[in-house]
Design a protein around this ligand. Structure first.
Ligand code: FNR
Length: 181
């Protein structure tokens, strides 16, 4: 693929709605886009003492982000913010100071929730981090996904009711990545 997107899912849950959403969204990208599914469940808890001798999982994470042309965050909202596991991954790849793997990578922010707010608060917290990390984040369209009946069709693809909107979202992110790549 000409463009590789690092997909970071903020839930470790086996049947995660956000993991499912990420998979369905990937199918809406054009053929010149490929994906790296970034693993964050085996990262140690971030400890600044380890900056000089990072764990292999941290080196892997940073390498995957560095090699990508964009980063797609698909995350749940936990207690009106992002899950700790996602913050841990963001902190890891941002260090040591001056050697952040996130720097300049065009970001997409999306998430699904069991509630109607659709991760809006978590996305705002994440956007604050992305601004600091110098990651240009797609501003519009915003996508706050309520995980409810009809979001997917029987095959697990985005269902008819949301397809036009989410295809538009993907198209905008694709153009955003190409603009910043
Ligand atoms: C939640 N959930 C939740 N939902 C929401 O809309 N706003 C919130 O602040 C929270 N807070 C929250 C905290 C914790 C610790 C858990 C476990 C859950 C519910 C959440 O939307 C639901 O569990 C989703 O299924 C999580 O996404 P995944 O794991 O399905 O991708």
């Amino acid at each position: 693929a000409q463009y590789t997107i690092a997909v970071v899912v903020g839930s470790l849950r086996k049947d995660s709605f956000n993991k499912k959403l990420a998979g369905a969204l990937e199918k809406l990208f054009p053929a010149d886009f490929g994906f790296t599914h970034v693993r964050i469940d085996d990262l140690p808890l971030y400890n600044q003492d380890d900056d000089g001798s990072p764990a292999a999982q941290v080196t892997r994470l940073k390498g995957e982000i560095a090699a990508a042309q964009g980063v797609l965050f698909v995350t749940p909202e936990y207690n009106r913010s992002i899950p700790g596991v996602l913050k841990n991954a963001i902190d890891h790849a941002s260090r040591p100071y001056g050697q952040s793997a996130w720097n300049g990578k065009p970001a997409g922010v999306i998430g699904a929730s069991v509630g109607p707010i659709g991760t809006a608060m978590a996305q705002q917290h994440l956007r604050n981090m992305l601004a600091y990390l110098n990651m240009p984040a797609l501003g519009q369209p915003e996508a706050f996904i309520h995980n409810k009946e009809g979001l997917y069709d029987a095959a697990g693809n985005i269902g008819e009711a949301s397809l036009k909107f989410l295809q538009g979202w993907v198209d905008a992110y694709v153009a955003w990545v190409k603009k910043h790549a």
